[in-house]
Ligand binder design. Structure first.
Ligand SMILES: C[S@@+](CC[C@H](N)C(=O)[O-])C[C@H]1O[C@@H](n2cnc3c(N)ncnc32)[C@H](O)[C@@H]1O
Length: 333
């Protein structure tokens, strides 16, 4: 049985696209209603982090526990939780990390109270609309939740300028069926938006019993936010490790070389960071140093529900006054 968060989630639309729309509208309202500001990549980053953790959670119980903890956290604690989720993603997918920077760079900046409260409100809105209700590899695996968010939150004028009108999943699936990639092929999308064309191609492959992770998936977009969302999507949709996402002019060829170069630098950097982390952990073990509590753990601990007070001890039986005996002996009536 799903726990509080899920029970309180409004009835979740069975159509994944309608569900995505419902989340996007609630998030848009929460962000602007709390004066979040013009940086729409921030609320998108919150939803992307929650969708990623829904995919990676080992099971619904762990997700429920996380949902409940997230619900209890205050705005500072919730900001730290989102920060931690992005760190986890960086460790899991260093190859995609540089492309997603547009989504998480705000984490390193000092946030004012109002923005932190808006971030918190966005998280609560997404959770209440059931972002965790679709979980595991298939959870958000056939829907462009992030594309829906981009289209909802970005102004029509800003999208008009670069023709950013994304193709719905039903159409990209049809196109995918008409030109299904073969295993091991390279698939290129130089103006990918949030990547729905690649989703359609991958879905069509799966329908034919083919494994899309055998393909090379190359995506690019001029808009860094769309490219960042696309990078997250390619992981959410389970397209595997042969994924390269660029951000440049798709009419020129050099985006591919640049994307590949940036990807390799990020993988090498992460490898070095792991080496240093392993050395530090080794030294700490050797010196038997205590592990200081990190700020997120401290917030989670403080947000734990207080255990109910112990029941009062039973009233001690009177050893000096035996009413029954007095009654029997005195025979007052
Ligand atoms: C009509 S949308 C289509 C996106 C995606 N192919 C789909 O079907 O959903 C066009 C996308 O191309 C991007 N774009 C426009 N000019 C571009 C260029 N010169 N190089 C790369 N991307 C470009 C826009 O940012 C937008 O995301």
């Amino acid at each position: 049985m799903r726990t509080t968060m899920a029970r309180r989630a409004k009835a979740v639309p069975s159509d994944p696209r309608e569900h995505a729309r419902s989340i996007a509208e609630a998030v848009d309202e929460a962000w602007h209603g709390r004066y979040g500001g013009s940086r729409i990549e921030v609320p998108m980053s919150v939803v992307a982090a929650l969708a990623l953790v829904a995919r990676e959670a080992p099971g619904p119980e762990q997700l429920d526990r996380l949902g409940e903890a997230a619900e209890r956290l205050d705005h500072e604690g919730f900001g730290l939780l989102i920060q931690r989720l992005w760190c986890e993603f960086a460790a899991l997918r260093p190859d995609l990390n540089p492309r997603t920077i547009h989504l998480w760079s705000w984490i390193d900046e000092e946030q004012d109270e109002t923005v932190l409260r808006a971030i918190h409100a966005v998280g609560q809105a997404a959770l209440r609309r059931g972002v965790f209700e679709r979980f595991g590899p298939d959870g958000w695996g056939d829907t462009d939740l992030l594309g829906m968010l981009l289209q909802t939150m970005k102004s029509r004028g800003a999208r008009n300028g670069i023709g950013q009108f994304l193709t719905p999943e039903s159409v990209t699936l049809l196109l995918g069926r008409m030109n299904t990639p073969k295993e091991g092929q390279r698939v290129l999308e130089p103006c990918a938006g949030t990547g729905t064309m690649l989703l359609g191609a991958a879905q069509a492959m799966r329908e034919d019993g083919l494994d899309p992770t055998t393909c090379e998936w190359w995506a690019n977009d001029l808009d860094p936010l769309a490219a960042a969302l696309c990078a997250v999507n390619l992981h959410l949709w389970g397209l595997g490790w042969r994924v390269v996402v660029g951000c440049g002019d798709g009419l020129l060829n050099d985006w591919m070389h640049e994307a590949l170069r940036v990807r390799q630098v990020a993988i090498d950097e992460m490898e070095r960071a792991w080496q240093v982390a392993r050395q530090i952990a080794g030294v700490r073990r050797l010196l038997d140093l205590p592990h200081p509590e990190d700020p997120l753990s401290a917030h989670l601990r403080r947000a734990q529900p207080k255990p109910p007070p112990p029941p009062p001890p039973p009233a001690p039986a009177s050893s000096t006054f035996d009413a029954e005996a007095v009654y029997r002996q005195a025979r007052l009536f």
